[in-house]
Ligand binder design. Structure first.
Ligand SMILES: C[S@@+](CC[C@H](N)C(=O)[O-])C[C@H]1O[C@@H](n2cnc3c(N)ncnc32)[C@H](O)[C@@H]1O
Length: 208
């Protein structure tokens, strides 16, 4: 029987975040609760077990490892920065998954490897919202449209129209959308609190 969402959340508690986050790469970790929510939902849809899962912009591996704990064929995490990838390797040992996981240094918007059939993409890409670089997530969606059968992506709130029209123009259909919020360190906001609540939207897209 499938493990529960709260069991997955608990297992992900050992996944360390960024030691020295680089603001320009929007390096913050997805919280275990949200990663578990996303992957549990994907698992119920049949999008994890037996599939190949790509985590684009994997950071320290939170989404990749959440998926790895649900019996996919293989998992591939891709990030530009080698430092969080080193942490991701340690996190892989901590969660003690039996799934084969590869950590690849590279640009997730120009994937340095090909994806097999039945690839599920998971991603929490940079939004670019604070740098006048609106929809930095577009390049991630473009790559996703090329390689994914189905994808789950996290975007900043207010992205629904953009994501839906991007999908419609690129052979995709948004089948699920839900809202979530989580705390991010203030380095990633203009606020003076220690943390700021980030409002996000998650989308499941089927690609042709
Ligand atoms: C918001 S963080 C999410 C990290 C991780 N996926 C998680 O959910 O905890 C975005 C990640 O994308 C990575 N990144 C940014 N631009 C990238 C690119 N062009 N190619 C690969 N990774 C990139 C950053 O280094 C960072 O690790």
């Amino acid at each position: 029987m499938m493990a529960t969402k709260s069991e997955l959340t608990q297992q992900l508690g050992v996944v360390a975040g960024f030691d020295d986050p680089r603001v320009e790469l929007e390096q913050y970790r997805t919280p275990p609760e949200l990663a578990a929510d996303l992957v549990h939902t994907a698992d119920l849809q049949g999008d994890i077990e037996g599939q190949t899962v790509f985590d684009l912009g994997c950071g320290t591996g939170m989404l990749a490892l959440a998926a790895a704990l649900r019996g996919p064929k293989a998992v591939v995490g891709v990030d530009l920065d080698p430092d969080p990838l080193a942490t991701a390797r340690q996190n892989e040992k901590r969660v003690a998954t039996k799934t084969p996981v590869s950590w690849v240094r590279g640009d997730a918007t120009r994937l340095p490897l090909s994806a097999p059939d039945h690839t599920t993409v998971l991603m929490n890409p940079p939004f670019g919202a604070q740098k006048g670089n609106k929809h930095a997530d577009r390049a991630f969606l473009e790559q996703t449209a090329d390689v994914a059968t189905v994808s789950y992506s996290i975007h900043n709130t207010g992205s629904a129209e953009f994501v839906e029209s991007f999908a419609a123009d690129n052979g995709g259909t948004v089948t699920h959308a839900f809202a979530a919020e989580f705390d991010v360190p203030r380095t990633f906001s203009f606020h003076t609190e220690d943390t700021q609540v980030l409002d996000v939207e998650l989308f499941r897209i089927e690609w042709q």
